[in-house]
Write a protein that binds this ligand. Sequence first.
Ligand code: KIV
Length: 264
Amino acid sequence: MKPTTVTHLRQWKQEQRKFATLTAYDASFAKLFEEQGIKLMLVGDSLGMTLQGHDSTLPVTVADIAYHTRAVRRGAPACLLLADLPFMAYATPEQTFANAAEVMRAGANMVKIEGGSWLCETVKMLTERAVPVCGHLGLTPQSVNLFGGYKVQGRDELAAKQLMEDAKNLEFAGIQLLVLECVPTELARNITEALSIPVIGIGAGNGTDGQILVMHDAFGITGGHTPKFAKNFLAQSGDLRSAVQHYIQEVEQGIYPAAEHSFN
Ligand code: KIV
């Protein structure tokens, strides 16, 4: 299988071809996802909640991310693999370089960092040193204590304006991809149209170039509170492989996310 690169994603954006992506944390699921046609995977720090049972992503370490990145890379050798830099792993330039190097050596193609314009210098430093960066705006779970919970972001005019500005500044600084989490559909669509890089949404409506789901949300494994944007594709499909195929088809055809999975 030919490796997926960021060039493919840019081409899909130009062709207005929507794409589906998933988080992955181990070799077996990564292999299954790749075989069913998932081209981009994320080793997210959501593993702190989905795998480790914490109530936030904050306890996750760079060593955790590197361990799971190695496993996913072994299972899915051709996917474009994103790995999160976890909480406080990009607080200083020295930490940023060392931690980015660790996850890139583990098999990632790109690192993802959470935050707005204040990260432009970090993005520039990483990009100049051959580490591609994915931005993450909106509900950034590493900031849960600042937000006072997992809340939709960008709802008022000022916050929406700020998010748009952050997205443009990060693109100018060099990010190659942007994840928008839990923002109103119209704002996410406007940001997607304003940027030339691909934008991937989660709880951001159907106007983004791609969609990402935490795999546990796509299969109805998530215990306790299920996010509004989650959809259990396993329930309608009966087995994992067809669940992944349904997810891909629904994203490509603009069926998922529907209004009921989105915020206005
Ligand atoms: O950690 C993660 O899984 C993520 C996704 C929700 C985008 O950041």
